[in-house]
Design a protein around this ligand. Structure first.
Ligand code: HEM
Length: 262
């Protein structure tokens, strides 16, 4: 299980920037769930590749560099075509390339297991623009994220987790998929904590930034079995601003989450 205490600090809800050293070779290495995950990725990439994989001209050099590095990290020859690579690699991958003013913009990648967003809609956007839909995020840490990305050196990889809740353990929650919503009355055994483990590392030759995402789903009642995690989760949901709860799709369940963990 991911380190749930990083996800739910002993504090009120807030957007923070806790980044830890991470290792791309571990991140891209095959996992126990790997075979099922790759079958699922292949299914979606065959069905609607344009919803999941995108490559702008500016990202070509970065992607070729990534494919070489990822081949070494994962132990198999990773394709220079993001659609093929998306069938070979368990994590999702986003590339950010610098524009003429030196700002990182989303330039390509393959994201088959998104949490209610779509990579094609983000192409060309800065991180401030990408995060503009998250209430309060830019005001709290938007400039700090940009500064951090400017500062990390090739060879260093940073990791961070993110979380959401879902009424399904489906990996793929792309907006085009008709996934069940969190409805009032769901019990903790009918909801899944969706942990996103993320990695950020600059590519030395192209100067692009690699952003990787791995999804882990844990049934909420299992998460809440740990009394400390339960109490931290309680504090997080009890202090979450309603507009953030709405963004995270929690409006219908937030009161019962507070109650069931209190
Ligand atoms: C260290 C840096 C970063 C931090 C702290 C951060 C934090 C966050 C947080 C807190 C959310 C809201 C998710 C939720 O609560 O459900 C979010 C959403 C998102 N972030 Fe980041 N993020 C970072 C870097 C990036 C990077 C490099 C990308 C690359 C494209 C990115 C892409 C996104 C996207 C696509 C979303 C979903 C937006 C939507 O719902 O349309 N983030 N981020």
């Amino acid at each position: 299980m991911s380190d749930l205490k990083d996800l739910f600090p002993e504090d009120d809800f807030g957007f923070r920037l806790p980044l830890r050293r991470s290792a791309p070779a571990d991140f891209f290495a095959p996992s126990a769930d790997g075979a099922a995950m790759l079958r699922e990725r292949t299914k979606w990439l065959e069905q609607a590749p344009q919803d999941y994989a995108v490559m702008s001209d500016g990202a070509r050099a970065g992607w070729n560099e990534f494919a070489e590095l990822a081949s070494a990290w994962s132990g198999e020859t990773v394709s220079a075509d993001p659609i093929q690579a998306g069938r070979q690699l368990e994590p999702d991958v986003v590339l950010l390339s610098r524009d003429r003013d030196g700002r990182f913009r989303v330039s390509g990648g393959v994201v088959v297991f998104p949490s209610h967003w779509s990579l094609p809609e983000k192409i060309g956007l800065t991180l401030l623009e990408v995060h503009g839909v998250v209430p309060g995020l830019n005001a709290a840490i938007g400039p700090a994220i940009d500064k951090y990305l400017d500062k990390i050196k090739p060879g260093f990889a940073a990791g961070r987790p993110n979380w959401g809740l879902a009424a399904t353990d489906a990996w793929n929650l792309h907006p085009s998929v008709d996934a069940p919503k969190l409805e009032a009355g769901l019990g903790a055994d009918q909801m899944w904590l969706r942990v996103e483990r993320q990695i950020l590392t600059p590519l030395p030759q192209s100067g692009d930034m690699l952003f990787g995402i791995r999804i882990e789903r844990i049934r909420l009642n299992h998460v809440l079995n740990d009394p400390e995690v339960r109490s931290r989760f309680h504090r997080t949901v009890a202090t979450m601003p309603s507009e953030v709860a709405a963004y995270k799709g929690l409006t219908n369940v937030i009161d019962s989450l507070v109650e069931m963990t209190g």
